[in-house]
Design a protein around this ligand. Structure first.
Ligand code: ATP
Ligand code: MG
Length: 415
């Protein structure tokens, strides 16, 4: 027997409705904010992620699925959605279309990580990218969109943390202060952070190592270093979130794992799914489009991990409605009746009613057992009496009530 590769999962028919539920909610909420779907390739030239995610990030350093294709090109399976969308934006000249460009995507992502609960090698994200606007009202709107999506799927027990990491200018000043502080404690940092200290000190604030966390707890706070413009921008984001009734906590430790973020950064975190508690992360990335060869177009977005959302729903007992189940199961008691069942099922389906009938030549008892197993709502029994009378005996499986319906009544019934 060949099993699935480590860190990947099959979505089986009895659980795929949960995925559809999440995806439908994502599409619905995104559309209410005026966003349209964008679909980009599963793989890109590696360059897209080197530039678009950043060479000092965990993703680029150790998590990418990169290979040479048969033409000798370096190809990478997308580890996240934003860089590919930004590439497509530039590639297709979307900056000359109506701005802001409000985009959403639902995609699989690939990262070579150590698999554990909430951490897979192939996982899925729902993401938003709003490109072309720099006003704080779009930052607040993107955060509100994430909040609305979480509420739409039934999640209320997450905390929103926000922060501003300033623009290039104020970050320079902050980095100096940070390097000075971390430099004094360099010996106690984990080996990775020693390296980060030289290459990208902000990343140290993102480290999950306990020793590093102790050190970073006393580090200078970026909010004390941001310039007037960045500060005003952040104040407005907070004001608008309050107007929208979205609760938040300011957390100077939120810096995000990706290189291209500027100003607003945020995460929605849950306490109900263990160590991998971040269900959504996002922020502003005003330099990204230019980094990928486009104009100077600002942008902001987020990505939600769909597997973590499903875990959270399961762990907090949120029931997901299953609309996939067969509504009417036709149970014939003989050969002739079976042909009638075939005909009635076809007529019901043509009206959009999920209908099925016996394909296995089972006796009536076994058919009821099967119908019960697959969770049908109604069983329509067709015996020889019923066939002679042009009727079925329709049993409601939820309360056991039965009624006789003419074939035409069954076919036209509102289910
Ligand atoms: P983490 O801190 O958990 O490693 P991250 O900062 O790498 O997260 P992002 O790149 O911001 O995550 O991705 C956005 C979201 O995608 C995360 O908040 C999470 O819900 C989900 N996610 C990230 N990596 C994985 C993974 N390996 N498996 C499942 N979901 C993931
Ligand atoms: Mg990660």
């Amino acid at each position: 027997m060949i099993s699935v590769p480590k860190g990947t999962k099959d979505v089986l028919p009895q659980e795929s409705y949960k995925w559809q539920y999440i995806e439908n909610a994502a599409r619905k909420v995104a559309k209410t904010f005026g966003a349209a779907e964008i679909r980009t390739p599963t793989f890109e030239h590696t360059e897209v992620f080197l530039r678009g995610v950043g060479e000092t990030t965990d993703i680029v350093n150790k998590e990418m699925y990169t290979f040479l294709d048969k033409g000798g090109r370096s190809i990478t399976l997308k580890p996240e959605g934003t860089a590919g969308v930004a590439r497509a934006f530039v590639d297709n000249g979307l900056f000359s279309s109506a701005l802001p460009s409000k985009l959403f995507y639902i995609t699989q992502c690939f990262r070579y990580e150590r698999p554990q609960a909430g951490r897979l090698r192939e996982f899925h994200q729902f993401g938003i990218e709003f490109l072309g606007a720099s006003d704080a009202n779009i930052d607040a709107e993107v955060i509100l969109l994430a909040d609305s999506f979480l509420k739409e799927v039934g999640i209320n027990n997450v905390t929103l943390y926000i922060n501003s990491i300033g623009c290039k200018e104020c970050r320079k000043k902050y980095q100096q202060a940070l390097i000075e502080y971390l430099g004094k404690n360099a010996e106690d940092l984990c080996p990775l952070c020693k390296d980060r200290l030289a290459k990208n000190p902000l990343r140290v604030l993102d480290c999950k190592n306990d020793d590093c966390k102790k050190i970073t707890a006393g580090a200078p706070k970026i909010l004390d270093y941001i310039c007037d413009d960045c500060s005003k921008h952040f104040e407005k984001v907070k004001r608008l979130l309050t107007v929208a009734g979205v609760d938040y906590k300011v957390d100077a430790g939120i810096v995000r794992g990706l290189d291209y973020y500027t100003r607003t950064v945020f995460e929605f975190v849950s306490n109900n799914i263990g160590a991998q508690g971040t269900v959504c992360g996002g922020g502003r990335y005003d330099g990204l489009i230019a980094e990928l060869g486009g104009n100077d177009v600002p942008g902001i977005g987020f990505a939600v991990g769909i597997e973590r959302i499903l875990m959270l729903l399961e762990n907090t007992g949120v029931e997901i409605p299953n609309p996939d189940k067969v509504k009417v199961y036709l149970a014939p008691m003989g050969e002739k009746e079976a042909e009638k069942a075939f005909e009635l099922a076809s007529l019901l389906r043509a009206r959009g009613v999920a209908a099925d009938f016996d394909h296995m030549g089972r006796g009536i008892k076994a058919q009821f057992k099967y119908a019960d197993k697959i969770g049908v709502r109604y069983v329509a029994v067709i015996g020889s009496d019923e066939l002679n009378n042009g009727a079925v005996k329709l049993k409601d499986m939820t309360d056991g009530k039965e009624e006789i319906l003419k074939f035409s009544e069954l076919v036209n019934k509102e289910f």
